[in-house]
Design a protein around this ligand. Structure first.
Ligand SMILES: Nc1ncnc2c1ncn2[C@@H]1O[C@H](COP(=O)(O)OP(=O)(O)O)[C@@H](O)[C@H]1O
Ligand SMILES: CC(=O)OP(=O)(O)O
Ligand SMILES: [Mg+2]
Length: 420
């Protein structure tokens, strides 16, 4: 039987896995997602062909590693999914790893690359730990399958020096790798390809302001197909607020918040060390701190249940507007489209409408009915602009990080061609 590619996307609140045929381009065979890991009970969405199934999970899945183990077993045991029943059916596993340090391309996991990634874990313990746990698990439980890691940061290697450099002592910066890396790059790469195709333009001539707004939220300015600025920084904490992240704050704030800021957080484990400051700003802030929920669907409503919900919404809108203004100017007003992606960007009509109304001065206007309707399940790009001749288009792109990885894997691996 032909072998498959398994693509794994461990996000901060969800784990999404998709099995693909190993052909170029790959075709999705089955897709399983556990979401709401940070807002139990977690829920499962499972799709095989035309069959879709959703359920609330009774199992306690509080980490991405547990969620991965659970969904992999469910897929292997599904008698209807005969294509993937065990390790023997897999050719490659593609893993999304958020922080890739100086890696500019995908890498195959071996002892040396795994060791290097483990060293990077110190720079991004909150974001790389789970992905590396999943990689270690695959190495142990599925030893014959080659694992390949794809990095969120790789897309942003084009950031100019004046954007990626922090104005601090440069010797210290170089010695510790302290610079802007930027994240959500696998998603931005998918968005760029899909939108360029939709617009009928070469990606290398496409200019976008793209939003990936999910539990973690970021914005990217893309000029001639390259990232020229993005809102996340050394870690995914910088920039926009998220489900449990503060986003940008005055860096001094944390020392006024607690005098334990530099101490090891009680959430640290033997394998993962994080400071109290990192724990507070990454895990105890954002919507959760303001409203008590990490579910933006409860916040982005016309009549919010409390003033705190309204404030959380207004804060996100305000911070996004700041970046839109800045990136519009950086792109010299030459913007093909504003693109909404990520769980919130794709699903919240209210967020899209509010931002579009506030960007009228840029010639932006949307079709309210199309915006409310949103894209069909199978529609990758949906145009919700009212009159594209007056300003940038407004698009919704259902991003697909698993497909982006599997496509690259299939392209690079079919016909004996090595990884690019
Ligand atoms: N209808 C909706 N309106 C607004 N937000 C939504 C809606 N449905 C889901 N979301 C939000 O999408 C977010 C998850 O986005 P996603 O990109 O899948 O997250 P992750 O960061 O885990 O990859 C959650 O905060 C969820 O509340
Ligand atoms: C980089 C990042 O924040 O990822 P996610 O949104 O999947 O948590
Ligand atoms: Mg995500």
């Amino acid at each position: 039987m032909a072998k498959s590619i398994l693509a794994v996307n461990a996000g901060s609140s969800s784990v999404k896995i998709t099995f693909y045929t190993f052909e170029n381009p790959p075709r999705a065979v089955a897709d399983a997602q556990v979401s709401g890991i940070t807002a139990p009970p977690a829920s499962l969405k499972y799709q095989r062909g035309d069959v879709q199934h959703k359920e609330e999970l009774k199992e306690k899945l509080s980490t991405p590693q547990d969620a991965f183990k659970y969904i992999l077993q469910r897929c292997f045991k599904d008698p209807e999914l005969s294509e993937v029943a065990s390790e023997e059916d897999l050719a490659y596993i593609c893993h999304r790893v958020v922080h890739g340090g100086d890696y500019t391309t995908a890498v195959e996991i071996n002892d040396e690359t795994l060791h290097h990634l483990e060293e990077l874990e110190d720079l991004a313990p909150l974001h790389n730990f789970s992905a590396l746990e999943i990689i270690r698990l695959c190495k142990k439980e599925l030893p014959s399958v080659t694992s390949i890691t794809y990095f969120d940061s790789a897309f942003h290697q084009s950031l100019p020096a004046h954007v990626k450099t922090y104005p601090i002592n440069q010797e210290v910066a170089r010695a510790n790798g302290l610079r802007k890396y930027g994240f959500h790059g696998i998603s931005y790469s998918f968005i760029l390809g899909a939108v360029a195709e939709y617009l009928g333009k070469p990606a290398a001539q496409t200019n976008l302001i793209a939003f990936h707004i999910g539990s973690g939220a970021s914005i990217c300015a893309i000029q001639d197909g390259k990232s020229i600025d993005t809102s996340m920084g050394l870690t995914p904490l910088a920039g926009l607020p998220g489900a449990t992240r503060s986003g940008d704050i005055d860096p001094s704030l944390v020392f006024h918040y607690t005098n334990e800021a530099g101490k090891l957080s009680p959430a640290s484990t033997k394998e993962m060390h994080i400071s109290t400051a990192e724990e507070i700003l990454n895990k105890q802030s954002g919507w959760k701190a303001l409203t008590g929920t990490t579910d933006f669907a409860q916040i982005a409503v016309q009549n919010p249940p409390s003033e705190a919900h309204r404030l959380a919404f207004d804060i996100l809108v305000d911070r996004m507007l700041g970046y839109i203004g800045s990136y519009y100017v950086k792109l010299n007003g030459k913007v093909d489209a504003l693109v909404f992606a990520g769980g919130i960007g794709e699903k919240s009509a209210l967020l899209r409408r509010t931002l579009s109304e506030k960007c009228q001065s840029l010639g932006i206007a949307i079709d309210l009915e199309a915006n409310d309707q949103g894209p069909e399940e199978s529609q990758t790009v949906m145009d919700i602009s009212r009159d594209p001749s007056k300003g940038p288009r407004v698009l919704i792109c259902q991003t697909n990080e698993q497909f982006e990885m599997a496509r690259d894997c299939a392209r690079a691996r079919s016909g004996g061609v090595d990884l690019k």
